[in-house]
Design a protein around this ligand. Structure first.
Ligand code: XMP
Length: 511
């Protein structure tokens, strides 16, 4: 990729990924690296940003980056911890703050005539989140902005292109954060804004063509956004040499296998639908432990996928829909780099015995960027806007052991819920929704008959990445109508409850 790029050094802040997303919103490519694993090819970066951190520059847990190849040599921006670090170790002073400095503040002083502060005005809201504060600026520094409580809210170091801010430009509540990053990256560092979904598609397709030549590639489609967008990119690059496999594990939503397969075929993909429902359900029979169910599904998936892949002559590559958050190495609480641990993967582990090389066309993109790339290839907006769905599917929404009958009941319940969300225009306001079949029967009455039937729980959450989530306040009328419809339409269910737990402490799935 020939784009100019920005290096973000991570000191473990919860907001580091947000910095990257804001930079990319300016159509500038950037990468996150741990502060103690600075890339060797520093020349290929136009500017550097130091992130915030939960650690203190005064404490024993201070994190020391090696800035030798950076300071004075490249435009540098320190954010929060980054700003404190630049102050504390260059002749300034950082001390514990006497007032709490969390949340909203407003810029009360702004130095005139600074490119860094162009179009930012007094009164502009900024977001603070720190317990240490910069008491004295470092040698050669000049104050650029203050708030009522934080005098040294922004400064620059003369003689080098180094800027530092105590507040967080990357969070939504800093109203001019976007402008500030624009000023630093474009006005001061002079970086081109040429990284767009279209340019990503063009370059990735060229790269894939060069890398794969006439080789055959196999890819497991899941019906989700990532694998579908990865497939489209590969399809553009190598056409019929991409062999897609879409496995029905018998645990998909109602009619999903047929619908999604049909949609893939309409996109021109060379896709084989494999109905392995009975193989999965057979292997799951009698198993009720959640982890055992997951492992069984993962194992059978690999077996099925491997059988299918072996039928393709001379296949050399396995394509995966891995995205950037799966590969970013983040800084752990102890300051060491730690690979982000993803416990869930739609396409299980890579079957080693297949001996395939791996190609991952989306591994530099965030989820929202994957959607934008898909949209720029004119992919169907329904497909791009689909809620996440777990690889083990309904198996982890049927609590306890799994039978075909239970799957059918849950598919019907889920279909009523999801269709109603769509018809009430609520689907796109919810991050993920689904129904759980509980292992309890309860007493009910239908007509003059006493019933003793299943209870289902509905769950709808809002979230950005599934790591934390909150339940959605769906309208009572919607819940009322949906509950009625489920109980009237789905035989075997006489009670519906709505899950009002946040994550943490509850998880999104019930198993
Ligand atoms: P939890 O239940 O951990 O879910 O709060 C967070 C997100 O991960 C999905 N999930 C899975 N995805 N295999 C997957 O591919 C799994 O075993 C799995 N378990 C949970 C869940 O649907 C939610 O989006």
């Amino acid at each position: 990729m020939q784009h100019q790029k920005v290096l973000i050094l991570d000191f473990g802040s919860q907001y580091t990924q947000l910095i990257a997303r804001r930079v990319r919103e300016l159509n500038i490519y950037c990468e996150i690296h741990p502060f103690n694993k600075i890339p060797k090819d520093l020349d290929s970066y136009e500017a550097v940003v130091l992130s915030g951190s939960p650690n203190s520059v005064r404490g024993e847990d201070v994190l020391h980056p090696d800035l030798n190849g950076i300071r004075g040599k490249k435009p540098l921006l320190g954010v929060c911890y980054g700003a404190q670090y630049l102050a504390h170790f260059s002749g300034g002073k950082v001390a514990e703050s006497s007032t709490r400095e969390y949340g909203r503040a407003n810029l009360a002083y702004i130095k005139d005539g600074e490119d860094f502060l162009e179009n930012i005005h007094e009164g502009s809201q900024v977001w603070m989140s720190h317990s240490d504060t910069i008491k004295e600026l470092p040698d050669g520094a000049e104050l650029l902005a203050s708030t009522a409580d934080v005098e040294n809210a922004a400064y620059k170091i003369n003689g080098e292109v180094t800027y530092a801010i105590q507040f967080h430009p990357e969070v939504y509540h800093t109203t001019d954060g976007h402008q500030l990053l624009h000023n630093f990256l474009i006005k001061i560092a002079g970086i081109n804004q040429d990284w767009t979904p279209q340019s990503f598609v063009e370059e990735t397709v060229d790269e894939l063509k060069a890398k794969l030549g006439n080789d055959k590639v196999v890819l497991g489609l899941s019906g989700g956004v990532d694998s579908s967008v990865a497939a489209m990119l590969l399809h553009k690059a190598i056409g019929k040499n991409l062999y897609c496999i879409f496995v029905n594990n018998g645990l998909l939503r109602k009619n999903e296998f047929e619908d999604v397969l049909h949609q893939y075929e309409g996109m021109g993909l060379n896709v084989k639908g494999v109905d392995a429902s009975s193989r999965f359900l057979g292997a799951l029979a009698g198993k009720s432990d959640p982890e055992e169910k997951r492992k069984t599904i993962g194992r059978v998936f690999i077996e099925v996928f491997d059988d299918e892949a072996h039928q393709i002559q001379d296949v050399k590559w396995l394509a995966q829909g891995t995205i950037y958050p799966d590969v970013i190495e983040s800084v752990s609480a102890t300051g060491g780099p730690s690979a982000t641990i993803k416990s869930h993967h739609n396409v299980g582990g890579l079957p080693d015995f297949m001996k395939l090389q791996v190609v991952e066309p989306l591994k530099t993109l965030f989820k929202d960027e994957v959607r934008r790339v898909g949209a720029s290839m004119n992919m169907d907006s329904h497909l791009l806007g689909r809620h996440p769905f777990p690889g083990p599917g309904l198996a982890i929404r049927i609590l306890g052991d799994i039978t075909e009958d239970k799957v059918k009941i849950l598919q019907e319940v889920d279909a009523v819920f999801i269709n109603n969300l769509k018809s009430w225009n609520l689907y796109d306001k919810v991050w993920q929704a689904g129904a759980m079949l509980l292992p309890v029967n309860s007493v009910g009455v239908m007509g003059d008959e006493r019933t003793y039937e299943k209870c289902v729980a509905l769950r709808a959450v809002e979230s950005t990445d599934g790591m934390t989530a909150d339940w959605v306040n769906l309208p009572y009328e919607f819940l009322q109508k949906t509950s009625n419809e489920i109980i009237n339409k789905v035989k075997g269910v006489n009670r519906v409850v709505y899950d009002i737990s946040s994550k943490p402490p509850a998880t999104i799935e019930w198993e």
